[in-house]
Design a protein around this ligand. Structure first.
Ligand code: NCD
Length: 309
């Protein structure tokens, strides 16, 4: 049962609980009319201390499609954080107004801290370069739907693997599924952090390698997870400019890949996927954004206990 639970990082839910969420998301997608009134009278608060398009709007769309209401702020400048209020006080207060909180914050660990003070359940919508578990729900559901299951796959992660929180969460989550091989493709400066590679993958005996050329490994992949270089987490602009176009997926590279490959991207995209790739049926990132709304509907409904899961 997910009623009243926080979601701070992917390991918070068991594989069975995740499976329950995915099948509920699929039911909701097939019969949205059955949940149209499920959250009538409930309120979701979005506390976004960092920019967002998909995550915030898909949470709000999810709550509205469940018949509930939303309130919140999309930038810290319009909240009392600008007056120096602590995160603990903000979440304690917002818990008085809302039944569930969705928070994005530039500081690693902020969501965990919020969950210790909030009366209402807290969903982490990204804490700095650390985790982004609801993007992972989206990614796993996309893989499950479009590859027929999560297992026996070679998954390539490409781009900014150091600061990309979606990569950290997805790698950690995939490590729990059978026969997953991971290939991490990045410049040396943007390698996946040790706490993921050594701390989790090596400890769990996961087969993984690091590579620096996308064209060399793309023929082996079943799933390619492209990511943006995270400009906002760089200490200096020069490094960002030097590294930002390290990898660009284009039609020529797609020719080297399997016909069954799927290309995911959490979005927003900057230059790392040429728009010509959008026409390739293997490019599924906009479908992925849509699955994100259904899985968030399933998550909100389950945490609020309005549908069985
Ligand atoms: C991601 C994020 O915020 O970490 N975006 C998203 O939530 N879909 C990826 C990114 O910003 O690059």
């Amino acid at each position: 049962m997910l009623i009243g639970r926080h979601l701070i990082e992917p390991g918070n839910f068991t594989l069975d609980e995740l499976e329950g969420l995915f099948s509920l998301a699929e039911d909701i997608e097939a019969h949205p009319e059955q949940v149209r009134e499920s959250c009538r009278g409930k309120v979701l608060a979005t506390l976004f201390f960092e920019p967002s398009t998909r995550t915030r709007l898909s949470f709000e769309a999810a709550m509205l499609r469940l018949g509930g209401s939303c309130l919140g702020f999309a930038e810290p400048g319009s909240s009392s954080a600008a007056k120096g209020e602590s995160l603990a006080d903000t979440v304690r207060t917002v818990s008085c107004y809302a039944d569930i909180l969705v928070m994005r914050n530039p500081k690693e660990g902020a969501a965990l801290l919020a969950s210790r003070y909030a009366e209402a359940p807290v969903i982490n919508a990204g804490d700095g370069g650390h985790h982004h578990p609801t993007q992972t729900l989206t990614d796993l559901l996309t893989i499950k739907r479009l590859r027929g299951g999560i297992g026996d796959l070679t998954v390539g992660f490409c781009g900014d693997l150091k600061f990309g929180r979606t990569v950290h969460s997805l790698a950690k989550a995939l490590a729990r599924y059978p026969h997953i091989k991971m290939i991490f493709i990045s410049p040396p400066e943007l390698k996946v952090p040790d706490y993921i590679s050594r701390g989790i993958l090596e400890k769990e005996g996961i087969d993984y390698i690091e590579a620096d050329r996308l064209e060399k490994v793309i023929p082996e992949l079943d799933v390619l997870y492209m990511t943006r270089v995270q400009r906002e987490r760089f200490f200096n602009e020069e490094d960002y400019i030097r590294l930002k176009d390290s990898y660009v997926l284009n039609a020529e590279k797609m020719e080297l890949a399997r016909p069954s490959l799927i290309v995911l991207h959490p979005l927003p995209r900057v230059n790392e996927i040429d728009v010509e790739v959008d026409r390739d049926p293997r490019a599924v990132y906009f479908k992925q954004a849509k699955y994100g709304m259904y899985v968030r509907m399933a998550l909100i409904a389950s945490i609020l206990g309005v549908v069985p899961c």
